[in-house]
Design a protein. Structure first.
Length: 474
């Protein structure tokens, strides 16, 4: 099988270089041709005007002094000869009757030009007009009228050899200038092309590094031209990719940590349930302990259900799938309900719950979610307080309602306060002394629910002295 040949590459630097040089060459050629054409026409035009002015002067003198025509012709002949010009006079039939120094003939004039002369028009013929059979000269033919009748005319000629030399020199200078400009353009185009190609090459190398997984690469950028702006956009793209990869890595770490925490939390109740069931199945538990074992299985099953529910609540809150039904609620009534529900747990830790709120204090919130917020915070205070007091306070400030839950428990290290809102953070510090099955999700849910109410929650704590939660509802 024949291998397919690769297409030949034409490097960008050569494309840039040849495009620049081609444009410059074409521009110089066009300008050179135009300039040479302009100079040549200017020389012929000046020479023609000079001949016409001499011709008119001769005809004027002849018309004023017809009796001395021969002497006038001789005078002008010597003057014009000094300027390398010559002239001749002819009658209405084209016959020469007075010829100056080296005067030209009129025999080559065509009928078309003869008619123009007869009608009183001046004819100018440059060297490229070959009717006269001569080149390198300029002819001027002026008609002469006597009392309105055409009686002949005068023909003047002048070589343009000197002018041709001048045009030739001008063309030489243009050529030299073009060659010098091309040399400078060659170097400048090569230099600029190398700069642009190197910048593109750096972008290409950086792109290869990014495709290989290196998101820390940056290239020099500027706003000077499009390549600099492209480099700036490339850097912004890399920064966004780097940020996205860091976020993906954080999410992956959080996912692993979440699975590890959930697995750890589920393992204990599942192990307990499995052990009790095996004991009952194999009659390894006495009749007197069976009720206790069944109660233990029920309690651990409830722990698992609560763990699942709290995870579902947390995810729903984070994804804005929970809808709030806010209403004005009497805060005193809510705090009494919380106290009643948690009194048994407080008594087990030998704690007191004190409510300090005026009966007219109202809070605008979703009733069920407000209960959930306060139960989680109060249970957290009871859990870490032994032989102490838990205060639940409420007050109104301007357009806000402030709720405080304060305890005299073990407190929290100041460095760890911000971490308590993290999912499962409490799990590590509460397993040894957590008789109520808290899973470290309660405070995370509290934080999200308060924010969902457009509220704010703060915590102040000191190790060994207690913790205070302050919630503000608008």
């Amino acid at each position: 099988m024949m291998s397919q040949s690769k297409p030949m590459k034409f490097k960008y630097i050569y494309q840039q270089f040849f495009s620049h040089i081609s444009i410059i060459i074409v521009a110089f050629l066009v300008l050179s041709l135009l300039f040479a054409y302009y100079v040549e026409n200017l020389v012929y035009e000046n020479k023609s005007e000079e001949l016409i002015s001499y011709g008119k002067a001769i005809l004027t003198d002849i018309e004023e002094t017809p009796q001395v025509t021969e002497s006038i012709i001789n005078q002008y002949s010597s003057v014009l000869a000094a300027r390398k010009m010559s002239f001749s006079m002819f009658d209405q039939y084209g016959k020469l009757y007075s010829v100056g120094s080296r005067g030209p003939a009129i025999t080559g004039l065509s009928d078309k030009y003869w008619k123009k002369i007869s009608s009183g028009k001046t004819i100018v013929v440059n060297s490229d007009f070959k009717s006269f059979g001569q080149e390198g000269v300029t002819f001027v033919v002026l008609p002469y009228f006597d009392k309105g009748n055409f009686v002949g005319g005068i023909i003047l000629t002048s070589p343009i050899s000197g002018s041709s030399v001048m045009i030739h020199r001008v063309n030489q200078y243009i050529l030299y200038t073009t060659l010098i400009a091309l040399a400078v353009s060659f170097l400048l185009s090569w230099f600029l092309s190398r700069i642009h190609v190197n910048r593109i090459k750096r972008l290409r190398e950086a792109t290869s590094l990014v495709s290989a997984g290196n998101y820390q690469v940056h290239v020099h950028s500027s706003n000077f031209d499009e390549i600099g702006e492209l480099a700036n956009d490339f850097n912004n793209m890399v920064d966004k990719i780097n940020t996205s990869m860091e976020e993906i890595e954080r999410l992956e770490n959080r996912r692993r940590q979440f699975l590890s925490d959930v697995s750890h939390e589920m393992r204990t109740p599942l192990t307990t349930i499995s052990g009790v069931i095996e004991g009952l199945k194999n009659n390894m538990i006495s009749e007197s302990d069976k009720d206790r074992g069944i109660n233990l299985v029920s309690q651990e099953a409830k722990r698992l259900i609560r763990l699942v529910n709290e995870n579902l609540d947390y995810d729903k809150i984070r994804s804005n799938q929970i809808q709030l039904y806010r209403e004005d609620i009497q805060l005193f009534e809510v705090l009494e309900i919380i106290k009643e529900q948690l009194m048994l747990q407080a008594i087990e830790n030998n704690n007191r719950i004190i409510i300090d709120v005026a009966p007219d204090v109202m809070v605008n919130a979703d009733y069920d979610r407000l209960i959930q917020i306060l139960i989680n915070i109060t249970k957290n205070s009871i859990q870490f307080t032994k032989d102490g007091t838990i205060w639940m306070r409420g007050r109104t400030e301007k357009t806000s309602t402030i709720i405080e839950v304060e305890d005299t428990g073990i407190g929290i290290d100041a460095k760890e306060i911000e971490n308590i809102w993290r999912r499962f953070y409490k799990a590590d510090i509460s397993r040894l002394s957590n008789p109520y099955g808290e899973f470290g999700l309660g405070l995370s849910i509290v934080k999200q629910l308060v924010l969902l109410h457009n509220g704010n929650i703060e915590v102040f704590s000191e190790e060994g002295k207690g913790t205070k939660f302050i919630i503000c509802f608008q």
